[in-house]
Design a protein around this ligand. Structure first.
Ligand SMILES: [Zn+2]
Ligand SMILES: [Zn+2]
Length: 170
């Protein structure tokens, strides 16, 4: 996903990318990507610096963190980068400046690859504790029943096995 920096000297440009999750190296055991990664980059700026406003959209399927049922979640992420030209000796791959979103590029660079940034943004936007519904009741700790679908009788049996173990020790 390369932004052609020479194309935006005029002031404004837009770039659109559709990249498959495989191409982006997005493999996680918990999350399945259902759609391509749609990336739109709006670029504004001058010859010396450009502001990249990137928005990303895709859709994932993962397991509910409480009941383990599959959940489909539309994923959205956004980030801004400021590219600054800093003379012929700068290296685009050098250490980032103080500000997180400031990237120094060499005068000689004709393009900037945002693939790694997009990848990071997607990973950061993945839900840590996805839920199938806000009030998901989860699984019964004793019999494993999905409490959204049925009620089990475990809670009625007040004797917790852990307590009986304790009693044995006393
Ligand atoms: Zn659930
Ligand atoms: Zn139960």
């Amino acid at each position: 996903m390369k932004i052609n920096l020479r194309e935006i000297e005029a002031g404004e440009a837009e770039f659109n990318f559709q990249v498959s999750p495989e191409e982006m190296d997005l493999f996680t055991p918990e999350v399945e990507f259902l759609e391509v990664i749609e990336t739109r980059v709006k670029v504004t700026g001058s010859e010396k610096q450009q502001l990249l406003h990137t928005s990303i959209e895709t859709k994932v399927r993962c397991g509910c963190s409480r009941c383990l049922e599959p959940v489909i979640i539309p994923l959205r992420a956004e980030f801004k980068l400021l590219l600054k030209s800093c003379g012929p000796f700068a290296k685009a791959s050098g250490p980032a400046a103080q500000e997180e979103d400031l990237v120094l590029v060499a005068d000689s660079d004709t393009s900037f690859d945002i693939t790694e940034r997009v990848r990071e943004a997607i990973i950061l936007s993945l839900p840590l504790k996805p839920l199938c519904r806000e009030n998901c009741k989860g699984l019964c700790r004793h019999c494993g029943a999905n409490l959204n679908l049925k009620t089990c009788r475990c809670e009625e049996q007040k004797l917790d096995p852990r307590w009986s173990k304790l009693k044995e020790l006393m």
